[in-house]
Design a protein around this ligand. Sequence first.
Ligand code: DQA
Length: 148
Amino acid sequence: MRILVLNGPNINLLGIREPDVYGSESFQDLLTLLENTAREENIEIVQYQSNHEGCLVDRIQEALGQFDGIVINPAAYTHTSIAILDALKAVGLPAVEVHISDVRRREDFRQISYAGMACCKTIMGHGIEGYREAILYLKDRHNNTAGR
Ligand code: DQA
């Protein structure tokens, strides 16, 4: 099984960026968590981070036929990007939305998630551990739908 993990703008600054909101774990810690999860679960995980909306759209498009699922934290593009929503709908791969912080408890402008409208699940407020939960969910779903 192959899972694409996509991260939007400023996620590369984890650990430096607003630690009271996003925690003290670094982006490198997130990459290590993904590597460990891939090894433990015997799946392939490819991570891509970009500060550019179109680059994220490109990667979603390229995932078609290459990956079995997408874990996406579109960061600020969550609340603005219809292009990311459309790309997720276009490829139709099972996708899980992850947010490190609990967005529901934050500003009004964060209360809309366009990407989330194309996702089968949303995990928020669990820190970087939320990525592992999202991967396990996709793996479970993949195993349950295999052969149907
Ligand atoms: C975020 C929440 C977004 O509102 C914010 O713009 C981010 C990170 C999160 O992971 O909690 O950059 O997606």
